[in-house]
Design a protein around this ligand. Structure first.
Ligand code: ASP
Length: 301
């Protein structure tokens, strides 16, 4: 068993963050990175760390995942989530589910099952059967999102998809992504987040990636796998930049991604105005937190 330096990176979605939401985005990503890091630091697995980090973001109404997700056309929270681990290429996902507090936990549980992608009522029944936290679907609607939906307000700083990638001390990688989808989406619409290769990817031989942005544009570019493939001859930061460049050369839309390679080096990129990111490893006393890539990266191992 090899021993490597664990590292975790989280993102809070490709979007425009208004001045009054900067602190909440930073605090949420920091708490998520801390929760995931606590797992890694105690020798836990990358998959457990990704789940712990994303559960924090799913509980925080600043982000478009779990509680406080953006509402669909019917005014409901309907969410997608997926997880993948790099040792086995195991994956699990739920899509268009309602009333599941932590869809990322359902996705992780599904990694042990077949079938591995369950939608709508089937995903909800799976969550109940496995004792995951379920609630009335209304309980996931935040006041802010309800008001915006009622007024059909143009939401500038729409909260966005969240994601996490981690490398554990055994050298295993994992990636997870969780989303409430797009504002006013029709019931049953599924974007990229629950789709392996598009919303996430993890392979111990290369790296782990979580993406965010316009799902309908991310899918045909297979953005997560595109970024992972670029790790063959690039540092993760260059690979992330290259993947986003490839995305905008081929299609219209906003997107972002976070990456870790199998050596624990990290990177991220986005063509949206902002994307909150936090990362943590043993050389830091607390997570490094950013709201956009222009804030120069301190030297990253
Ligand atoms: N990628 C998500 C979706 O299309 C939404 C987002 O990240 O904004 O469902």
């Amino acid at each position: 068993m090899k021993t490597v330096k664990p590292v975790i990176v989280v993102h809070g979605g490709a979007k425009t963050i208004s001045e009054d939401k900067v602190a909440a985005n930073q605090a949420g990503c920091r708490s998520a990175a801390e929760a995931g890091w606590a797992v890694l630091h105690q020798g836990g697995s990358a998959a457990a760390a990704v789940e712990a980090a994303i559960r924090v973001l799913e509980s925080d109404q600043t982000f478009n995942a779990g509680f406080g997700s953006t509402l669909n056309r019917e005014g409901e929270v309907e969410v997608d989530a997926a997880m993948m681990e790099g040792a086995t290429l195991g994956w699990g996902a739920v899509a268009a589910v309602q009333g599941v507090r932590h869809p990322i936990s359902a996705a992780r549980k599904l990694m042990e099952e077949k079938p591995r992608l369950l939608v709508a009522r089937s995903g909800e029944r799976f969550a109940i059967k496995h004792g995951l936290e379920v609630c009335a679907k209304e309980a996931l609607v935040s006041e802010e999102q309800y008001q915006e939906w009622k007024e059909e307000a143009e939401v500038v700083d729409r909260p966005n998809t969240v994601g996490c990638v981690a490398l554990d001390a055994d050298g295993n990688l994992a990636a997870g992504t969780s989303t409430g989808g797009t504002t006013g989406q029709p019931q049953g619409r599924v974007g990229d987040s629950a789709l392996v290769g598009c919303g996430l990817y993890a392979d111990n031989q290369s790296g782990a990636c979580s993406t965010t942005g316009d799902g309908e544009s991310i899918v045909p570019v297979v953005l997560a796998k595109t970024a992972i493939d670029a790790l063959k001859d690039k540092h993760p930061d260059e690979a992330a930049e290259w993947a986003i460049k490839t995305f905008i050369e081929r299609i219209e839309g906003e997107a972002g991604c976070i990456l870790i390679d199998h050596q624990g080096r990290i990177g991220w990129a986005h063509n949206s105005q902002d994307m909150a990111v936090a990362y943590m490893h043993e050389d830091l006393e607390q997570p490094a937190v950013f709201t956009c890539k222009d804030q120069t990266l301190a030297t990253i191992a």
